[in-house]
Ligand binder design. Sequence first.
Ligand code: NAD
Ligand code: MN
Length: 358
Amino acid sequence: MKTYRIAAIPGDGIGTEVVAAGIEVLNALAGREGGFELQVDHFDWGGEYYKKHGRMMPEDGRDQIRDHDAILFGSAGHPDIPDHITLWGLRLAICQPFDQYANVRPTRVLPGITSPLRHVDGDELDWVIIRENSEGEYAGVGGRVHQGLPLESATDVAMFTRPGVERIMRFAFRVAQSRPRKLLTVVTKSNAQRHAMVMWDEIAAEIAREFPDVTWDRMLVDAMTMRMVTKPKSIDTVVATNLHADILSDLAAALAGSLGIAPTANLNPEHTYPSMFEPIHGSAFDIMGKGVANPIGTFWSSVMLLEHLEENAAASRLMGAIERVTADPDFHTPDLGGNATTDKTTAAVIEAIRGAND
Ligand code: NAD
Ligand code: MN
């Protein structure tokens, strides 16, 4: 029997609630599927840890999780701590050194979920957004000087490297190639940003030659927001920079019905370091502690975790269970207009896993 070591980092706010639910579901699956088991190690890093120790995770934190097979992450963000400290101190402190350069965000309108776009369901809106996750606008290059003086100034420099752009383009073309429509949209802003974004476009065209069976087009990011709303069916796989994809994927999550459903994977495709799986949403201070957080985003992220471990039977069993549960409004949490609790939805997914004999 294979044993996978999973590092659970619930973080803050509803992160703790949804990761607990995710672990329950993963354990139910391991029991149902056979063939593998999970050893889950919990790490209490985040805002509360920061209040005690002055840092979001221990100095040797990454060493503690380096040999795990995957990381299930909740959210970094605490009401009493500035967001740039929690984000850089935990989430980015794992993503960047572990070279999780491909951030994958599937978006689909699940059964029973209503898109805010009229007449749009899973046939019209079925996308995968690939976000460059290691450089670009979030490279961390920049600085502040003359604070408190009239001369105060600050820079955030977007840094793009040829190898960084080549590898994300190649990854995105591969994802597009693996999907039935073989269609990729490269998002850019090379009209206004005339250096790095022009190189981005050039490299996209170069890599495209390696994938003659993939149809691709190029779209300015502002126009892309309109296309996502007005012609969702014209889109399949999308690749965009760190910042552009960050914004587009929140729009995508909203169009698919709720931020609470949207999953993401921070992949190190070469498996040199562990990859990290997390719901897109944050700590949701407004609902934390109430037991009503939607756990579906974490469950769908767990599907991606299982796919990364190549436990494909378990992954599709879980996705099937999720879809059976979302199809029933009785199990919708308040963000979807229902009144189910996190526990009720979780129990329903576990029930669907146990019952499923496909
Ligand atoms: P948020 O995602 O926490 O919440 C936005 C809105 O969506 C809130 O009204 C919230 O109640 C709702 N929501 C989010 N997830 C939900 C779920 N699972 N079920 C039901 N409703 C849900 O975004 P925010 O308010 O901008 O940020 C709050 C904190 O989280 C901040 O500190 C921010 O920095 C942090 N954050 C962290 C991450 C991350 O770690 N990946 C991502 C986004 C935000
Ligand atoms: Mn975001």
